[in-house]
Design a protein around this ligand. Structure first.
Ligand code: NAD
Length: 251
């Protein structure tokens, strides 16, 4: 049955940035689809844990601004559930400042969380997939700024453009092992990430007027693509970044 191909029953997923926004929505969708979820967050994912229950959700507390935490993430996941089938690199930050004075700190902090740790966590999980001889699914959360320039966000655009490219590189190397690595590029979603934009009346009106769907997206809008790319329904989808954007990129 076609719907069975979308089931995540028996799968173990790591989702970074599990305490809020899009990451929290992906955790919920994966549990609904049958997976056990390890959420990684800087601060305890209390709300997510209450929503999903101890039997389905385990929280690893880790600051992904440094790669030092990667062994902890892998080891705690294996200690709890014994294997890894899915990784969603969702945690991400954005710094807004005019490019003419953009600081080195705003560059490095964004590149570390959004790109460097993502690459090395992905590498560690792929090494585990090879040990398991199981294949696996990796989903990188990209952005409209994987395709466009943005304004006042040079490090964010650099990181999100790079993640789309690296997704293709890794797909070229790992598809032969049964590892599918793909991206999801959310459009403008109503989360903490866009709070400043939504509070700026002029920018908010400009953005809304350009979204063919006529509204900001929500975490629930991302869940179908996230389950699809984590499931066997996407076994022949490799290296592609899917936009979930209410039509933004088509304008
Ligand atoms: P959000 O700010 O609510 O979530 C960001 C998540 O990343 C949080 O869970 C946060 O705790 C986690 N995080 C940040 N720094 C971390 C660190 N050092 N260690 C561990 N966790 C850390 O915003 P969101 O919109 O849910 O963002 C999720 C992803 O979606 C990000 O990668 C973001 O760039 C991307 N995105 C969002 C939008 C949007 O419109 N909201 C659009 C495109 C892409």
């Amino acid at each position: 049955m076609i719907l069975d191909q979308f089931s995540l029953a028996g799968k173990v997923a790591i989702v970074t940035g599990s305490n809020t926004g899009l990451g929290q929505g992906i955790c919920r969708a994966y549990v609904e689809a049958g997976a056990k979820v390890v959420g990684v967050s800087r601060r305890p994912s209390t709300e997510t844990a209450e929503m999903l229950g101890d039997e389905n959700f385990y929280n690893v507390i880790a600051d992904l601004s440094s790669c030092d935490v990667i062994p902890k993430v892998i080891n705690e996941t294996l200690a709890k559930y014994g294997r890894i089938d899915i990784l969603v690199n969702n945690a991400g930050i954005i710094k807004r400042q005019d490019s003419i004075e953009f600081s080195e700190e705003n560059w490095d902090s964004v590149m570390n969380v959004n790109l460097k740790t993502v690459f090395f966590l992905t590498q560690a999980v792929a090494q585990q997939f090879l040990k398991q001889q199981s294949g696996g699914k990796i989903i990188n959360i990209a952005s409209m700024l994987s395709y466009q320039g943005g304004i006042r966000v040079p490090s964010y655009t650099a990181s999100k453009s790079a993640i789309k490219g690296v997704t293709m590189t890794l797909s070229n190397e790992w598809a032969k092992y049964g590892i599918n690595i793909n991206g999801i590029a959310p459009g403008y979603m109503a989360t903490n990430n866009t709070q400043a934009l939504r509070q700026d009346e002029d920018r908010s009106a400009d953005i809304l007027a350009r979204i063919p769907a006529g509204r900001w997206g929500t975490p629930a809008d991302l869940e179908g693509a996230a389950v699809f790319l984590a499931s066997s329904a996407s076994d022949y989808v490799n290296g592609f970044t899917i936009a979930v954007d209410g039509g933004w990129l088509g304008r």
